[in-house]
Design a binder for this molecule. Structure first.
Ligand code: KG4
Ligand code: ZN
Length: 336
């Protein structure tokens, strides 16, 4: 029996991506066209420009994904697309392209939640992974601990009350004069700094609390930078980056392992763009080794926005008969 080919499409923020998946876990292609250089001069993503670029890129990216997979469009069995959360204009481009293709090819359409896609990147990275497991989702827009009880059963343990972890990384980098996106820059700077140089606050540290809050930390770092500037001091950027990152990482690691224990899980996975953070990954790996918890995280390319993870999530939804109709719309504030 022929294995199902799923075309995945992702356009929720500043990456236009298309991928072809064979079965649930074999990536035949994963084409990503990033707009980062375009948005860099504005210090962040400009939604209107993002939508326009997605329109220009979407069909060439889909064609390239199909070509790289060594198939043709007519071989595709189903089309999976991110319909939220994200920027409405950006989402609409992917959703419209997916609906047009599904209609023209007369193949099923599957609307995918972007956050679930990030979690499912781990199935691509680790062939032996099966639910149940705990997922720490840390992206530019979200920070959450999700108990993945089955392929279609997710229990939200807790999420951020205010800023997402990635948002804090980007904001602090911006104030230090580093280009967008700030996460990777802070990560690199932090390697040269002292994580204990400055004592930044940590929020909601009590055990059993799985909510996050990063706005207080963000303000503390911004205040520190302003007061240093006012005193005419040279900014110790590496120490600021290292101390800030340390504060974020410690909170994420403590809560993640507390949640693993509370839910009685033996496996933890990392998901979302901030999963690419080397300090976070190192600390989680260390704690996992100490506690005997299995720990997986996707490769860099599968951590940040990509369509392979969307195709993977779509494949498992389709297995459960969870299809969308051609009225599928973008839902910018879609939750888990
Ligand atoms: O998941 P993602 O690609 O987009 C969203 O769905 O939000 O995440 C992007 C976020 C940005 O905030 C970026 O600064 C952050 O991930 N990021 C990092 C690193 N690489 C990307 N944050 C910290 N360290 C990194 N190495
Ligand atoms: Zn994302």
């Amino acid at each position: 029996e022929k294995e199902i080919l799923t075309l995945g499409i992702e356009s929720s923020c500043d990456e236009t991506s298309a991928a072809v998946l064979r079965g649930g876990r074999t990536v035949l292609s994963n084409v990503i066209s990033t707009q980062i250089p375009i948005h860099q001069k504005f210090g962040g993503v400009v939604p209107e420009i993002a939508s326009r670029k997605h329109i220009v890129n979407i069909m060439p990216v889909i064609d390239e994904a199909v070509r790289q997979a060594g198939v043709t469009l007519t071989d595709i069995d189903q089309v999976a697309v991110t319909y939220g959360p994200g920027l409405v204009g950006a989402l609409l481009v992917g959703v419209s392209a997916a609906k047009a293709l599904a209609f023209a090819l007369d193949k099923p359409l599957i609307g995918v939640n972007h956050l679930e896609g990030h979690i499912f990147a781990n199935f691509l990275a680790e062939p032996t992974l099966e639910p149940p497991f705990m997922a720490l989702v840390v992206s530019g827009g979200h920070t959450a601990l999700v108990d993945v009880r089955g392929y279609d059963t997710f229990h939200m343990m807790g999420q951020t009350r205010d800023d997402a972890a990635g948002e804090a990384f980007d904001k602090i980098a911006r104030v230090m004069g580093l280009p967008y996106p700030g996460g990777p820059r802070i990560d690199a700077l932090a390697k040269e700094g002292d994580p204990l140089a400055i004592d930044f606050p940590r929020a909601l540290e009590e055990k059993g609390n799985y909510e996050f809050s990063f706005s207080g930390l963000k303000s503390a770092v911004l205040n520190y930078i302003n007061s240093e500037k006012m005193k005419g001091h040279e900014l110790r950027k590496a120490d600021i980056a290292a101390s800030f990152q340390h504060s974020v990482v410690e909170v994420l690691v403590e809560k993640a392992f507390d949640a693993v224990q509370r839910a009685g899980r033996d496996t933890l996975v990392l998901a979302g763009g901030v999963a690419a953070n080397s300090g976070l990954e190192a600390r989680l790996r260390e704690r996992a080794a100490e506690t005997g918890v299995r720990f997986f995280y996707p490769s860099r390319i599968l951590c940040t926005d990509n369509a392979a993870m969307i195709a993977c999530r779509g494949y498992y939804q389709a297995k459960h008969g969870d299809f969308s109709d051609l009225y599928l719309n973008a839902v910018p504030g879609l939750g888990l």
